[in-house]
Design a protein. Structure first.
Length: 367
């Protein structure tokens, strides 16, 4: 595409300047990010973010066929933002045995999944050997199954409970068979906001430090950002800037995933009971434009709703997430979407947006 053709289609003067930076591959500034997060000219934002998406991925939109494995909801932290966690002894608290995990994954493998996504609470009785054996058993079921497991928050906890270093914790899990880490636990890096929504969770700086270590060990990860709770535009821009800085240094983030906060059954009241369509578009389009150095942007349809997620495929998103059989965390917080999306369901939504569905895993291995 010629620059004149690209620029002439954008009417907003400030966004035209941002578009020029994008076309020349000049990183946009935090001030640019704050403007993009507040503008009502979302169609111009879409032109810029879709230009980047198309340049990186052409007409493709990725999706996965996977299952969610939430092995326990017992968690020491009991963060105000979380509707999923329970205290040990609560009537609906659970901890899956390794045999039960093996059975559930075996059933999902028989249905044709390519990947398992594993996160859970911080259970005080579980140490590293439990998680090593969990991963080994899963890999024995299907050696080629891709395993995305354990947030930076969990890794920090495993290391402390097992009295070993972060490096040893990660090495043992890599040796057991994990292929990538999810990006959960980042929430928002602002200490003031973090102290309200997740006061007992590791700091934003600690999260970044653990991700740096994972990247240095060759483990690719996602990065996330939770929005629509107590944050302001400046907090979002600062969060994006810290993610981009670490990516400049390590290159280890493969995907950025904004997460829409749902406040049902939590102790946090969201800014709004749900975000608006313009809110979601600003967040995703600005993320795609600002995070020029992260290859993929993912929209979790079960957080956003399938229709909004589909629209975002034209606002910078290239990854439509996955089937996520048996997802529990966001549904505990009131998400109204199903806890499973079939492959035909995902493909239809992608094709209806005029894009080509590409089945893959979290490492973007084409199936």
């Amino acid at each position: 595409m010629k620059y004149n053709n690209f620029s002439d289609s954008i009417t907003n003067r400030r966004l035209k300047i941002i578009a020029a930076k994008v076309f020349e591959e000049i990183p946009v500034s935090k001030a640019d990010a704050e403007y993009m997060l507040s503008t009502n000219d979302v169609l111009d934002l879409g032109k810029i973010s879709n230009f980047i998406k198309t340049k990186l991925h052409g007409n493709a939109a990725y999706y996965g066929v996977n299952m969610n494995l939430n092995f326990t909801n017992i968690c020491e932290l009991r963060c105000p933002l979380c509707a999923f966690s329970r205290d040990e002894g609560d009537k609906d608290a659970f901890l899956l045995s390794l045999d039960e995990i093996e059975k559930r994954v075996g059933n999902a493998v028989a249905s044709g999944i390519d990947e398992v996504h594993i996160v859970g609470g911080l259970h005080p009785e579980l140490k590293i050997d439990y998680f090593e054996e969990m991963i080994r058993r899963i890999k024995r079921i299907k050696p080629g199954l891709f395993v995305v497991a354990f947030t930076a928050v969990e890794i920090d906890y495993f290391a402390k409970r097992s009295k070993i270093s972060i490096n040893e914790t990660l090495k043992r899990l890599i040796d057991a068979g994990i292929g990538a880490m999810p990006g959960g636990g980042a929430e928002i890096f602002s200490p003031n906001i973090r102290n309200i929504i997740a006061p007992a969770k590791i700091s934003g700086n600690r999260w970044l430090q653990i991700m740096r270590t994972a990247h240095e060990m060759g483990l690719k990860t996602n990065a996330t950002m939770l929005y629509n709770h107590k944050e302001e535009i400046g907090d979002i821009a600062d969060h994006l800037a810290k993610i981009r800085k670490l990516q400049d240094e390590t290159g280890g983030f493969k995907t950025f995933v904004p997460l829409l906060f749902h406040d049902t059954n939590t102790r946090i009241r969201a800014k709004r009971r749900t975000s608006t369509g313009y809110d979601d578009i600003r967040i995703y389009a600005a993320s795609r434009i600002f995070l020029h150095n992260i290859p993929h942007l993912k929209a979790l349809w079960m957080y956003l709703g399938d229709k909004m997620a589909q629209v975002l495929l034209r606002f910078g998103v290239d990854d439509f997430a996955a089937t996520y059989y048996n997802e529990k965390v966001v549904h505990a917080a009131g998400a109204k979407t199903p806890d499973y999306g079939s492959e035909p369901f995902l493909k239809r939504l992608i094709e209806n947006a005029g894009l080509k569905p590409v089945r893959t895993t979290a490492n973007y291995w084409i199936q």
